[in-house]
Design a protein around this ligand. Structure first.
Ligand code: ADP
Ligand code: MG
Length: 527
């Protein structure tokens, strides 16, 4: 495998990479760096999130750029302000001693500041499409001598409806330039864009593990909407040091979940597109410094946010498609560290989850939520550690005098217990936790189903069998223990097929319950 030295990079760049701690090129970098340095063609490159695409185009571009140019040499378009800033920072950190200037321009930042920096003569502009168009129209940005145009996170730019803007921006660029398109996924619209607006191009794809996330342990829980928040808290509580992203589908959910977490005393906050730029930067900064250990976000707000070493990514709601699942999950398990990806689903969403598993060719296991006893055990351990840390690090304060006074008339165990009671109240009391209803696969991985039809509806074993085969594409041999009674029936199916069937018959028809439900266990124990 090629090292950075073998990719044709200069001494200066190699020493920058060494300082940055990049030991070897990522697969996409191995392929794009020589292609850009030595070739002439345009580039269409695909590799999943977190694989170092910025350096993949940034490094060779920096190598090729002359200093002291009078014009903007490169324009990099990115879908969001965060990404524009992040890309600008990454490229800045890669440029070493070269006299090249890089500015991010994006909506939200004062246009005056941007104008000032644009007037200074810059080499690389990184911007969101909307703000770039503003500047082009005001003629405060000129790109008619551009040598490179980069469309970064192209799929996301299209998703966000920037296609027209991107086309319009292209109108301002000269014929003679190199266009490079980088994207985590390659939907048809991107290929069309490339075909229409790019010269002859090389396609570089990192297909291996393209839609898989090998370092990540993937599990899911089936919890009803009502229990979701409790489940989330347990997952956070059971960890010694949780550092994770929680994904919600809507801005409203982000607010709800993050506020709820804050009310419970967690170091959490939310991030979504409606917040002001400075607000978002502040929150993100805190998260990166680990002043917050839980960040709740929408896909759009979190896309591309580069935070290292997350212990968890939690899909509070099932992502809309397999691609966004992969993007979300890509945040954890980076740099050889194992991460955990957790997905909450309702029984209705089971099919969506199956689709994701199929497309990503990964196995998402069903798991059991941490139980309250274990959560409490962890909390107790944590309290002890924290207290010992405080004892070790805090100089004698006024509390010390108070403590002496208290000990004069009480014994230490009692007064400490009272203090803990005062601080934690019900938190360590099992009965104060809400019960969560969970469905867990039985040990044999099978589910017994109840069918609300029987002999008097003309149902036969054969008919039921055929029906199940047609609905969930299963071989008849896997259908077990059919029992056809007068007005109802039973059948046993492997867990997955049973879930699928249940999700198909979630709703009953007017006034009647669903046709297929889980068979009730015999009431052997009183609740
Ligand atoms: P992508 O655009 O593919 O999502 P980024 O370019 O944002 O990925 O890179 C993700 C992170 O990986 C960044 O923090 C970057 O500094 C780091 N990185 C990039 N290339 C390497 C490398 N060869 N070795 C180590 N870290 C790298
Ligand atoms: Mg990127």
């Amino acid at each position: 495998m090629k090292s950075f030295e073998e990719l044709g990079l200069s001494e200066g760049t190699l020493s920058v990479l060494k300082k940055k701690g990049f030991e070897e090129p990522s697969p996409i970098q191995r392929k794009t760096i020589p292609a850009i340095l030595d070739g002439e063609k345009d580039i269409v490159a695909q590799a999943q999130t977190g694989t170092g695409k910025t350096a993949a185009f940034g490094l060779p571009m920096l190598e090729l750029m002359p200093e002291k140019s009078k014009n903007v040499q490169a324009l990099i378009l990115a879908p969001t302000r965060e990404l524009a800033i992040q890309v600008a920072e990454e490229i800045h950190s890669l440029k070493g001693k070269r006299k090249l200037s890089i500015v991010p321009i994006y909506g939200g930042q004062s246009i005056e500041i941007q104008l000032r920096s644009l007037r200074k003569g810059i080499d690389i502009v990184v911007g969101t499409p909307g703000r770039v168009i503003d500047h082009l129209k005001r003629k405060t940005l000129k790109i008619d001598n551009l040598s490179y145009l980069v469309l970064d996170e192209a799929d996301e730019m299209l998703n966000m409806g920037f296609l027209d803007d991107v086309r319009e921006i292209m109108e301002y660029t000269p014929e003679e330039k190199r266009t490079m398109l980088f994207s985590a996924t390659m939907p048809a619209a991107i290929i069309q864009l490339a075909k229409k607006y790019m010269r002859e191009y090389d396609v570089i794809k990192i297909t291996k593990d393209q839609l898989t996330v090998s370092q990540t342990d993937q599990i899911y829980f089936e919890v009803s909407a009502a229990d979701r928040f409790e489940a989330l808290c347990r997952i956070i509580d059971i960890e010694e040091s949780f550092y994770g992203l929680v994904f919600c589908r809507t801005k409203l959910d982000v607010d709800k979940v993050s506020n709820h977490l804050m009310e419970r005393g967690y170091d959490a906050d939310g991030l979504h597109g409606d917040m002001s730029q400075s607000q978002r930067e502040k929150i993100l900064g805190k998260f990166k410094k680990r002043l917050l250990n839980i960040l709740v976000a929408t896909d759009v707000a979190a896309r591309g946010i580069d935070v290292q070493d997350l212990t968890h990514v939690i899909n509070y709601a099932l992502p809309q498609d397999p691609e966004s699942y992969v993007h979300r999950i890509g945040r954890t398990g980076r740099a050889g560290k194992e991460g955990i990806a957790i997905t909450f689903i309702s029984s209705k969403e089971y099919r969506g989850l199956q689709l994701i598993q199929k497309k990503t060719k990964t196995d998402i296991r069903k798991a059991k939520l941490p139980n309250v006893k274990d959560v409490i055990k962890t909390k107790k351990r944590r309290i002890k550690t924290v207290l010992q840390d405080i004892v070790a690090s805090t100089p004698r304060s006024e509390y010390f005098i108070m403590s002496e006074e208290l000990l004069e008339s009480n014994n230490p165990e009692e007064i400490l217990a009272a203090l803990l009671q005062y601080s934690f109240q019900d938190e360590l009391n099992e009965t104060s936790y809400t019960e969560i209803e969970e469905r867990v696969v039985d040990s044999k991985g099978k589910t017994r189903l109840f069918v609300a039809k029987g002999k008097k509806d003309n149902l036969t074993r054969k008919k039921l069998e055929e029906f199940i085969v047609s609905k969930c594409n299963i071989s008849a041999g896997k259908i077990r223990d059919l029992e056809i009674m007068d007005s109802f029936s039973f059948v046993t199916l492997p867990f997955n097929e049973a879930e699928m069937l249940l999700s198909l018959f979630k709703k009953g028809k007017k006034g009647v319950g669903p046709l297929i439900t889980r068979a009730k266990k015999k009431a052997s124990k009183k609740r």
